[in-house]
Design a protein around this ligand. Structure first.
Ligand code: HEC
Length: 166
């Protein structure tokens, strides 16, 4: 109606965003590991997670696809970034693997992995890339200590906007 007299004060959609509900989304992990949750996973457990939830898109050795290649790819020797760019040769921080995987993977069910399963699948991927040993376990204390091969290939972007070019 034109004067709005029949429009209710509230439609009853949605509900209060409680701190508990916000916490379900507020779980970003910084390069230094701030934000990593409790949990732990081994390479062996990660193989089980990978073969259950990841293999269909990334392949049995994480090189076959059909989606992104996650292992190998050769060293980053020259000035130009290597191809293919993988977790092993391109990712500067192991911690951001947690941030990315727990948020975005498996792509057909993002957010479905537990913290333990996420640590485990990262352990498996890092062992596959020869970055940590086969008997390693990862948690919030050890993951930030993993030094990625591409660590020094990146610098913090502290540009403030505008036309600065590096
Ligand atoms: C349904 C297909 C699918 C499944 C299942 C899947 N992924 Fe992915 N994954 C993708 C696609 C597509 C991309 C590229 C996404 C993009 O570029 O935005 C990707 C990208 C990634 C990347 C980033 C690669 C890079 O170097 O940029 C990682 C790491 C990754 N996936 C890990 C996993 C893990 C771990 C699992 C299992 C828990 C998994 N994925 C399951 C489709 C999938």
């Amino acid at each position: 109606v034109a004067d709005g007299a029949d429009v209710p004060q509230r439609f009853g959609f949605g509900s209060q965003a409680t701190p508990e509900r916000i916490a379900l989304w507020d779980r970003d992990v910084a390069p230094d590991g701030v934000g990593l949750p409790p949990g732990r996973g081994t390479v062996a457990e990660g193989q089980r997670v990978y073969m259950t939830w990841c293999v269909s898109c990334h392949g049995p050795t994480a090189t076959e696809g059909p989606n992104d290649v996650l292992a190998g790819g050769g060293p980053w020797d020259g000035a130009d970034p290597p191809r293919p760019r993988t977790v092993g040769n391109y990712w500067p921080y192991a911690t951001t693997l947690f941030d990315y995987i727990v948020r975005a993977m498996p792509q057909n069910a993002p957010g479905s992995l537990s913290a333990d399963d996420t640590y485990a699948v990262i352990a498996w991927l890092l062992a596959l890339n020869g970055i940590i040993p086969q008997d390693a376990a990862l948690d919030a204390a050890s993951l930030p200590g993993v030094v990625m091969p591409a660590r020094d290939r990146f610098v913090p972007d502290d540009r403030t906007g505008g036309p600065q070019v590096r």
